[in-house]
Design a protein around this ligand. Sequence first.
Ligand code: ACK
Length: 297
Amino acid sequence: SNDFMKTKYDKKRFEIAKQDFKFGTDSATILGEGNYGVVYKLTVSRFPNPVAVKVPRSGCSKQAFQSHLSEIKIMSFIGENEHVIRFLGAYTREIHRGKVYIVTEHCEMGSLQSYLFKVATNRRENKTTQHNELVRFCKEIASGMKYIAEKGVIHGDLSARNVLLDKHLTCKITDFGLSKKLYQYQIYTTKQKVELPWRWLAIETLKRLEFSTKSDVWAYGVTVWEIFSLGDLPYPGMTWACSFVEQLENGMRMKRPEMATYEIHSKMVDCWNIEPDQRPSFHELMSFFSGLKRNEY
Ligand code: ACK
């Protein structure tokens, strides 16, 4: 059923030679680190601009490495869209040694989450300009997610930290792979070491491990909440221990962030409907944010 599992990585088109990666030069910097591995900003010969290179940790588990590989497949299957991170190539010749590099476009402005933090501490004079920018982010993410959903791919981990901004402040959705998310989720539930991204997970995911485009819509609603609260942690003050799932079932939802209109808040709440089928589609969400009147704030 998952077409991307049948897709082959087009080696002729995407394979990059090892010597083309300019590791250890002045141009190489670390963009970020996680348990998965490291993301470098790097010069790679065939590309005019620096690119982002994801390298798994040398001691990472077999499953973490598998998820790294599935990301290549998923990204090549998804193809190109203005609001999806562009896959540029990979180095896979040393796959047997656990060495695989994934190359994507570099987004100069970093994650949407870090941008929102900056906006929060450095408020704009013009509220309308600010509001319109936030609405544009919502529209672009809905547009990218509509494209991903049409390809039959479930993102599984949509959030402000998984949206990147290029130099024009255009949104690019990143960090793919259902299999990866399912794998991570098992880790979360078994070891409880890494924090579970429960604040973004739909009720059916939390209860029955069900992922779908509609659970992506739930996460989209949480992302919109993050945008209008300028990067606050969702469900402020709440912990997993205070029976989160039960509270959701009893109708607890996030309040309207100050910067969101009542209309926008009501749309977020629609994304958090208990019934997945009752949630809006990404097409609807894109139309909604496209149709919002400017200067409405
Ligand atoms: O908020 P940031 O600066 O943007 O910190 C995170 C960090 O790496 C961990 O993911 C940054 N990052 C990841 N991929 C890219 C990319 N393709 N372009 C620019 N920054 C990236 C992200």
